[in-house]
Design a protein around this ligand. Sequence first.
Ligand SMILES: NC(=O)c1ccc[n+]([C@@H]2O[C@H](COP(=O)([O-])OP(=O)(O)OC[C@H]3O[C@@H](n4cnc5c(N)ncnc54)[C@H](O)[C@@H]3O)[C@@H](O)[C@H]2O)c1
Ligand SMILES: O=c1ccn([C@@H]2O[C@H](COP(=O)(O)OP(=O)(O)O[C@H]3O[C@H](CO)[C@@H](O)[C@H](O)[C@H]3O)[C@@H](O)[C@H]2O)c(=O)[nH]1
Length: 480
Amino acid sequence: MAQVEATNNQQPATNNQQKIKSICCIGAGYVGGPTMAVMAQRNPDIKVTVVDLNKQRIADWNDADLSKLPIFEPGLDQVVEEARGRNLFFSTEVDQAIQEAEMIFISVNTPTKTYGKGKGMAADLKYIELCARQIAEVATTDKIIVEKSTLPVKTAQAIKSILDHTGNGVKFQILSNPEFLAEGTAMTDLANPDRVLIGGEQTLEGKKAIQALVDVYATWVAKSQILTTNIWSSELSKLVANAFLAQRVSSINAISELCEATEANVEEVAKAIGMDSRIGPKFLKASVGFGGSCFQKDILNLVYIAKSLGLNQVADYWEQVILMNNHQRNRFANNIVSTLYNTVSGKKIAFLGWAFKKDTNDTRESAAIYVADRLMDERAQITVYDPKVTATQMQGDINYLNTRSESENKQYLETETDPYKALEGAHAIAVLTEWDEFKTYNWQTIYNNMSKPAFVFDGRNVLDKVELEKIGFIVQSIGK
Ligand SMILES: NC(=O)c1ccc[n+]([C@@H]2O[C@H](COP(=O)([O-])OP(=O)(O)OC[C@H]3O[C@@H](n4cnc5c(N)ncnc54)[C@H](O)[C@@H]3O)[C@@H](O)[C@H]2O)c1
Ligand SMILES: O=c1ccn([C@@H]2O[C@H](COP(=O)(O)OP(=O)(O)O[C@H]3O[C@H](CO)[C@@H](O)[C@H](O)[C@H]3O)[C@@H](O)[C@H]2O)c(=O)[nH]1
């Protein structure tokens, strides 16, 4: 990123610089909601309207009871409470919000395609295109369009082409402003970002648009942290950032298997290599595998782009990050089966955690889903406790895989809202998410109520192995 072209983000706004007064964000999801809440909180003079087609989602954002917000994110409720109704609004009136806004963020989902060309790899841009068409149809005044969603490099060209062919004289500037927040820490990431990246056309009009967005962020982000680039560098940097992060997780997970085979300890290895300032200590936590809506989707997208350009070695290199992650999940599930004397049929396996990481209710691509599916194939009886994920969500996640009928899934997958009940009578416990509360449980009571031998498979290395072994558990961790 240090190599990308820097522009004039240190310069103050000139007299003819546009000062944004009204923002609309299309998409009230995990990104649109928290991002706009912070933007509104930090810019009380700007009216920020977040719109979505999903009526229930908008109703939940407007719920007077802040515990009903559609997204669980520590600290989000306070920010919403401060700004909502003042200059932050959630609405289903998409056309009206588009018309009123000078700047429109597109923050809709860009999932992996499930059909046609690029199926299983390319990003599905149908929601993005729909937004562009709707803006083109409705807009009567000039607008700055901001790509907030994660998009393949060169998407701005397609958006521009749609917008520029309206024939009604309205002028659009397209910016790329990818979001780097991580779920569970979204509010601190947004309040104090490592960097804000803004890409735009390197023309006078493009630079003005970039400056208008820089000014929105500059009310709370130091200008030195606001990086402006050409639009393609910005689009591509988002995919590359996720690929590098995921690559670190797959790298340490690959080493975890080597550690298990050699009596090395992956945490000691991670510490030893992480103290090298060139490597750094972050994102070296071995686990049952990464999940989340972004890593897999974005790497597949990168792989697809490379393949489309005939860059097969580049594609293969990055695809390996995904293959290693799939391997790590399978390895974890297979190890449970082999340790439990090669059969889990009819045995109760209790899962602690279903979310893809702690402090979120998001389950997209969570390793828990794949581990459960594998164990259900072996006819294990799974009981899950997660402090934030609902039973409906868990059933939906398993049904989405289409491995077996919904009624069979119901038969093999149960949910408990009390962790001690979930663990009672279990043959084995599998820790799938690193929720802090798991460390505080009374493990002696849990042991007393389990079938013996009592196994723990700690897919997150969060429990105290030595203490659990003292109680009598047989504990298997990752990479040690
Ligand atoms: N989740 C994250 O942590 C994260 C972080 C950085 C970037 N991103 C990227 O941000 C984008 C959004 O991700 P998300 O997790 O917020 O998705 P999401 O599914 O939680 O939210 C997207 C929302 O857009 C709405 N929507 C879709 N089409 C619409 C339309 N035409 N008009 C109005 N609303 C529409 C959907 O109803 C949905 O509520 C994706 O490209 C993702 O890759 C996500
Ligand atoms: O050392 C680590 C770090 C993470 N993980 C796992 O990796 C996944 C992703 O974690 P994280 O990156 O913290 O959460 P996300 O919300 O998916 O955030 C990533 O994806 C977002 C969407 O693009 C980006 O904005 C963020 O910068 C990027 O960190 C989770 O399952 C984690 O448990 C590990 O197993 N070991």
